[in-house]
Design a protein around this ligand. Structure first.
Ligand code: FAD
Length: 468
C-alpha cells in the first residue's frame, strides 16, 4: 500500500491486515513498531488518543539510561526533548529526621519534556515506515480455535474496525484491556496480576517565579502515610514536574489534595502556576514471568517492565519493545508464531533488567510491613552511595568500616537493620534464581515452583502480606 493510500485508510477507518499490529503509541509500542518496520515489514500502531494528544502521558519526566537506548529510533531524534541534562543526584528529604540526603545517581540522567519526547518517538517510528491510526480504541482480541491471537477489534469514532495480523504486540500500558480479553489457558502468559501490584500516581507541571536551587537534583520526599513518595523533578530551573504516588495495597491517598498541601508548604512554589495535570496507574511489581502467547506478546507497563522501587519504566518499555520486536521478526521470517519462537524475548528481559526488578520488589514488599519513621531514621544514617547502589542494582555490599560507622549512627534502628539484612539475603537468593530463568516454556513451571518457595521466605522474613 502506498503512503497516500495509507493516509486515506487512516482517515476512513478502513480495516487493514498488516504483518504486525501494535496497540499503544507509548515508548514500548513505538520502539517495538520501529524495530519491526526497519526490517521492511508492514506495521500498524493503534492508539486510542487523538493525533494531537498522542504521547501526552502521565510521568515524572525523569529519564535514566537514554544513552544506551535501542537504536531503532535514533537518540538524536529524542535529544531535543531533554530539557535538563544537568541532573546528577537524588535529594532525599526526610522531614521526620530533619535531614536531607544527597545521593548520586549512576548513569546518564535527564529530565525531559515528556509530551515532546512522546511526539518525537512517534515521529521516529513513522520515519521507519510505521503507520499510526489514532482515535482507535482496541476493545477485543481475536483468537483462532487453537488459541492463537490473530488480530483485534477496535472502535474508531463510533465505527467498528477489525485488524487481522500475524502478531499482536500489546503495548497498551498499565492494566491493559487486551489481557482481560485473551484466553491464556493454553499458554505460559502470566495472569497472576492484580490491582495491589500497582501504584496510583499523579503529577502536575508547575511553573515557578524564581529559579529553584536544586535544578541539578531529583527531589524525593516520603508521603505522610506509608508506601508512597512525593517528587519534584526540575524540567528546567523554573518548570517543575511535581507529583506523588502510593501503592494500591494502602488506604487511598487524596493525591491532588496531598500534593497541593505539600506545594503550599514550600516557599519556592509561592505564586507558582500549574500548566498541566495528569494521573495514571503504574505497575510496581516483578516483571511478568512470561509475557508471550501464540501470536501475541505484551511489552512495557503491560508486562510489568518498571523498576518497582523508583517507578521508572521508560527504559524498560524501550528495551522490552525492542526484544519483543526481534522475536516478532524471527517469527515472520520462519512463519512460526508459537510461544517457543517468542521465548527468547522473556529471557532477554529477565537477563537485562527483569531479575534485578524482581529482587528490588522484595524491598517494596518490605516497605508495606515496616514502620516508615523507623526506615527513614535508618536511611538517614546510611552512606548515600551505598543507598544509590541498592536502589538501582537490587543489592549492595557495605565494607566493614562503613558498616561500623553506619551502625553507630543508626542506634535505635537495629531491629530494622536486622530485618533489612535478612531481607537482603532473600533478595539475593531471588536474584540468583532469576539468573537461572528457563530457556524454553517447558521449564517455566518448575522454575516458578522454586521461585514461589523463595517468595515464602520473603513473606516470612518481612512479615508482609503475600503479594502474588
Ligand atoms: C505519574 C507517573 C509518573 C512516572 N514517572 C516516571 C519517570 O519519572 N520516569 C520513568 O522512566 N517512568 C515513569 N513512569 C512510568 C512510565 O511512564 C511508564 O513505565 C512508561 O510510560 C510505559 O510505557 P508504555 O509504552 O509501556 O505505556 P504507556 O506510555 O502508558 O503507553 C500506552 C499507550 O497505549 C494507549 N492505549 C491504552 N489502551 C489502549 C486501547 N485499548 N486502545 C488503543 N490504545 C490504547 C495509551 O493511550 C498510551 O498511549 C511514571 C508513571 C506515572 C503514572
Amino acid at each position: 500500500m502506498s503512503t497516500q493510500e495509507q493516509s486515506a485508510a487512516t482517515a476512513t477507518s478502513e480495516p487493514r491486515s498488516p504483518d504486525v499490529v501494535v496497540v499503544g503509541a507509548g515508548t514500548a509500542g513505538c520502539y517495538a513498531a520501529a524495530t519491526v518496520a526497519r526490517e521492511g515489514y508492514d506495521v500498524v500502531v493503534l492508539e486510542r488518543k487523538t493525533e494531537t494528544e498522542a504521547g501526552h502521558i502521565a510521568c515524572g519526566d525523569a529519564l535514566k539510561g537514554a544513552d544506551a537506548f535501542p537504536e531503532a529510533i535514533p537518540k538524536s531524534k529524542l535529544e531535543p526533548a531533554f530539557t535538563n541534562t544537568g541532573v546528577d543526584h537524588g535529594r532525599f528529604e526526610i522531614p521526620q529526621e530533619d535531614t536531607v540526603l544527597e545521593i548520586p545517581v549512576p548513569g546518564e540522567l535527564a529530565v525531559i519534556d515528556r509530551w515532546e519526547y512522546g511526539r518525537r518517538i512517534i515521529e521516529g517510528a513513522e520515519d521507519t515506515g510505521v503507520e499510526f491510526r489514532y482515535d482507535t480504541v482496541v476493545k477485543n482480541v481475536r483468537q483462532a480455535d487453537d488459541g492463537r491471537v490473530t488480530g483485534v477489534d477496535t472502535i474508531r469514532k463510533g465505527d467498528p474496525v477489525t485488524y487481522e495480523a500475524d502478531i499482536v504486540i500489546d503495548a497498551a500500558g498499565s492494566l491493559s484491556v487486551l489481557q482481560d480479553n485473551v484466553d491464556f489457558s493454553d499458554s505460559t502468559f502470566d495472569t497472576n496480576v492484580n490491582y495491589s501490584h500497582f501504584c496510583s500516581a499523579y503529577r502536575e507541571i508547575v511553573r515557578v517565579e524564581e529559579p529553584v536551587e536544586w535544578d541539578d537534583a531529583l527531589v524525593f520526599k516520603p508521603t505522610e502515610r506509608a508506601a508512597g513518595y512525593l517528587w519534584y523533578f526540575p524540567r528546567t530551573d523554573t518548570e517543575i514536574n511535581a507529583g506523588l504516588g502510593f501503592q494500591m495495597t494502602e488506604e487511598p491517598m487524596k493525591l491532588v489534595a496531598d500534593l497541593k498541601k505539600d506545594l503550599e508548604n514550600r516557599a519556592e512554589f509561592e505564586g507558582a502556576k500549574v500548566e498541566d495535570k495528569l494521573g495514571a496507574a503504574l505497575p510496581t511489581r516483578r516483571p511478568y514471568d512470561s509475557a508471550v502467547h501464540p501470536g501475541y506478546m505484551a511489552v512495557g507497563d503491560a508486562a510489568g517492565h518498571v523498576n518497582p522501587t523508583t517507578g521508572g519504566g521508560i527504559a524498560g518499555a524501550a528495551y522490552g519493545g525492542k526484544y519483543a520486536a526481534d522475536q516478532a521478526i524471527e517469527a515472520l521470517e520462519t512463519g512460526d508464531f508459537s510461544e517457543a519462537t517468542f521465548w527468547e524475548y522473556n529471557e532477554r528481559v529477565m537477563e537485562h533488567f527483569g531479575a534485578r526488578y524482581a529482587a528490588l520488589d522484595v524491598y517494596n514488599i518490605l516497605s508495606t510491613a515496616i514502620d516508615v519513621d523507623d526506615l527513614m531514621g535508618l536511611l538517614a544514617a546510611m552512606p548515600g552511595d551505598k543507598l544509590a547502589e541498592a536502589l538501582y542494582s537490587g543489592s549492595t555490599d557495605i565494607g566493614l568500616k562503613l558498616k561500623l560507622e553506619s551502625l553507630i549512627k543508626s542506634r535505635g534502628h537495629w531491629g530494622t537493620i536486622w530485618n533489612l539484612y535478612q531481607t537482603k539475603r532473600c533478595a539475593d537468593d531471588l536474584l540468583a534464581h532469576y539468573e537461572q530463568y528457563p530457556t524454553s516454556p517447558e521449564g517455566l513451571a518448575g522454575w516458578q515452583d522454586r521461585r514461589d518457595e523463595l517468595m515464602e521466605n520473603v513473606y516470612e522474613t518481612t512479615g508482609a502480606e503475600p503479594k502474588y
